[in-house]
Design a protein around this ligand. Structure first.
Ligand code: G6P
Length: 482
């Protein structure tokens, strides 16, 4: 039994099955992994999904890391829930990615998948209910598991339940596109929690607006007492006369010391030396993303092309290092986006390249060592998502950058809230403004760049993962200050 539980789709470890039948465990990194390390592992449990054949085989053989429980959900149910709903519907809604004349379509097939999503959430709720001590704290993560708080509340009313959304939350206009019964189930699923966490108030207020669409949800928003850092949603479900769900903001940051240590390992030094040779004494504009529709890589490349057209003085003097590693390739929209990124990069190289200068270098390897090397040599960083929960790359680059790096940052990234003063901020749809911001960034005097980078690094490390996690745990286990 555990007194602190975390639930997320992707867990801290994944297994690959070798041809000889051996299982290889690979441990992941990320905010949650270091966050949970702040808690005594004897007392904690991380519930996650078995993602592939290796993970499922590990479950079958009873192989498990201490403190981790993988759920081997039926592969068809899992595919419907993860690809069919979480990544195709909820991700698209929260990031406003639909091309409205054709999408979304909510038909019988959608409703079948939604049932799978409910069943997949249910599997998590049951596993958590079974493993949680009396009054335990449960921290549920992200849009994959939006129904878990409500389902778990039904099973175990004694638990303290938190949910953290790592993405944005859909504006109420977008949420309204969902069939009414689905929208209500989603909002009620979330309202099963005692605490709902978001990266910014913008996303938290979107949730509040959405919860108020229907009078059917019967929610009211009490004002939090002056000076307390939360907003509340009162409702009549799960306990009379009312229950309160509090909304709070916990903007995840970076562990500066750990990241700098990682960035100065010998293998990163080696990569850096090789990259420097390739780039020569040219300035660098860097970006590092999953090839993800919301990251706006295409408009970023268009802005670079416009920069080279409108400010030809940069030709031959700058290289755009774009790390765009494949993601969610089961989805056609992602496959064609990945192809479009490579095509546009090739076009730019064909248009402007010379015998000794390749304007864009695209890397499609998910290679953290290379990313760190690229961070260190960045003169300009381009982070221009159309909508993004936080965007940790915007926080990591200033921490690691050596010479100081001018950050061109979208005003639609969660990180904008904390970094806007020292970044060059852009509307991510405005390609010309982005091109001009790149020009300003490249032209910025080195001393100003270094000063801004120092301040950006301070802001980026304000809430490192362990503190971020403990703050949520504390909020969840401290009685409301009413
Ligand atoms: C976003 C989500 C995470 C997710 C990650 C990678 O950051 O908020 O929950 O794990 O993307 O996506 P994937 O589908 O590869 O897990």
């Amino acid at each position: 039994m555990a007194s602190v539980l975390v639930a997320s789709n992707r867990g801290p470890v994944s297994y690959t099955l070798g041809e000889d039948g051996t299982l290889d465990a690979r441990r992941g990194g990320g905010g949650l992994v270091s966050g949970l390390s702040a808690v005594d592992s004897q007392d904690s449990l991380w519930v996650c999904a078995a993602l592939g054949a290796g993970d499922r085989e590990a479950v079958r053989r009873g192989v498990a890391e201490p403190g981790v429980r993988m759920l081997a959900i039926d592969p068809d149910v899992y595919a419907d829930a993860y690809n069919g709903i979480a990544n195709s519907v909820l991700w698209f809604l929260h990031h406003h990615l639909y091309e409205i004349p054709r999408e979304p379509v909510f038909d019988a097939e959608f409703r079948r998948r939604w049932e799978s999503y409910r069943a997949y959430n249910r599997a998590f709720a049951e596993a958590l209910a079974e493993a949680a001590d009396d009054g335990a704290a449960v921290l549920v993560q992200d849009y994959h598991l939006a129904l878990v708080p409500g389902q778990l509340r039904e099973l175990r009313p004694d638990l303290r339940i938190g949910h953290f959304t790592h993405t944005p939350w859909a504006s109420s206009e977008y949420l309204r596109m969902l069939p009414e019964e689905v929208r209500e189930e989603l909002v009620w699923g979330m309202l099963g929690a005692d605490e709902l966490g978001f990266h910014t108030w913008s996303w938290a207020f979107s949730f509040l607006n959405g919860a108020h669409i229907d009078s059917a949800t019967g929610v009211t928003t009490p004002l939090s007492p002056t000076g307390t850092p939360w907003r509340g949603v009162d409702h009549m479900k799960w306990g009379a006369p009312r229950r309160s769900t509090r909304l709070r903001v916990h903007p995840l940051g970076v562990d500066g010391e750990e990241l700098r240590a990682l960035a100065h390992r010998p293998e990163v030094d080696e990569r850096l030396a090789r990259l420097r040779e390739e780039v020569g004494d040219r300035l660098t504009i860097v970006r590092v993303d999953r090839t993800e529709l919301s990251k706006n890589i295409l408009r970023g490349l268009l802005a670079y092309r416009e920069l080279l057209t409108v400010h030809p003085e940069w030709r031959g003097r700058v290289v755009h290092l774009a790390s765009a590693y494949p993601s969610r390739q089961d989805l056609e929209a992602y496959r064609s986006y990945t192809a479009a990124v490579s095509e546009l990069a090739e076009e730019i190289n064909a248009e402007f390249g010379t015998a000794d200068w390749q304007p864009v270098l695209v890397s499609v390897q998910d290679d953290f060592t290379r990313s760190l090397a690229v961070y260190r040599m960045a003169d300009v960083a381009l982070v221009n998502p159309v909508r993004d929960g936080m965007n940790l790359v915007a926080k990591e680059i200033p921490v690691v950058s050596e010479a100081g790096c001018a950050l061109v940052l979208s005003d639609q990234a969660g990180a904008y809230t904390e970094l806007r003063e020292d970044a060059l901020t852009v509307n991510p749809f405005d390609v010309s403004a982005t091109a001009e911001a790149l020009h300003t960034a490249l032209s910025m005097p080195a001393a100003e760049r270094a000063d801004r980078t120092k301040r950006l690094a301070v802001a980026a490390t304000a809430l490192p993962p362990q503190r971020w996690f403990l703050d949520q745990l504390e909020a969840l286990t401290t009685p409301p200050e009413e």
